[in-house]
Write a protein that binds this ligand. Sequence first.
Ligand code: ADP
Ligand code: ASP
Ligand code: MG
Length: 291
Amino acid sequence: CMGLKIVAKFGGTTLAGGGRMKHLAYLVDDMARENEVVVVVSAMDGVTDRLIELATYAEKGRRGQMDSLLRKIRFQHLKAVKEGISDEKIKVVVERKVKDILGELAHVLAGIAQLKELTSRSRDYVLSFGERLSASIVEGVFKDRGLKVSCFTGGEAGIVTDSNFGNGRPLMDVSRHLVRERLTPLVESGVIPIVAGFIAVDQHGVYTTLGRGGSDYTATILGVALGADEVWLWTDVDGLMTADPRVVSSAHVIESISFPEAVEMALLGAKGMHPRALEPAMEAGLPVRIR
Ligand code: ADP
Ligand code: ASP
Ligand code: MG
């Protein structure tokens, strides 16, 4: 039977801990039996907010608050490694990688604290750590399940943006070319690429971000570049809803909605997705499902 090519993005709400990540491994294993799958991950729940706070502490030179929040982030990720990975060898490798990434984060923050200066460029560098950490852990959890995977940052996967830090716009021609060149051979040979959402690089190779909620955007950029059949955005609600269910208790799932209406909702402030995430999908007629 003919499978589909699917880009599956997992939001931070679905990555809250190692146990949840194991469940994602099960879902992806199941999807990959009949389909070609590319996975996009957000940072673990709450981590991007914490990184923003960290950057602010660093800018003000508040080293005490910085160190205590850094410890929380460290604990949160190492706990996910412990809970999500059973195989000792895989666990040791991932733990090492996570500690290395956290070491780099501590260095960057120390630099910002020393200068007491936070630029939009250094802020994006700080924000890049959330997805780099989660993608590395998810890679380990998936390997633990026996899946064939390969882990990429957004830039490594081929997503290049302008240098508008904090709200990078993808340069679609170059990104399409690089993404195809780097991911297509893998996907065709049965490997599942795991791509860190939200982050990319500019043309000088410097980290950029796509704006808050940007992993959705990563997924549609990859979907269009790879000529996918569908993009699936996995989250903690069953779909796009008439209103934020945390605010309006009578909110219900919208079965189906046109791109222009969904974009209008996003622009009016429905937090269901990134306001520009649907642009590439709409242009390419690529269906997006919220699951
Ligand atoms: P994710 O990490 O999966 O991207 P987000 O927190 O970014 O999660 O978005 C999912 C949350 O968005 C839901 O838990 C829901 O409370 C909230 N939300 C706000 N508006 C909407 C809406 N119109 N439809 C669906 N969810 C919405
Ligand atoms: N981690 C980023 C954010 O919180 C991107 C995303 O989750 O989509 O905005
Ligand atoms: Mg989101």
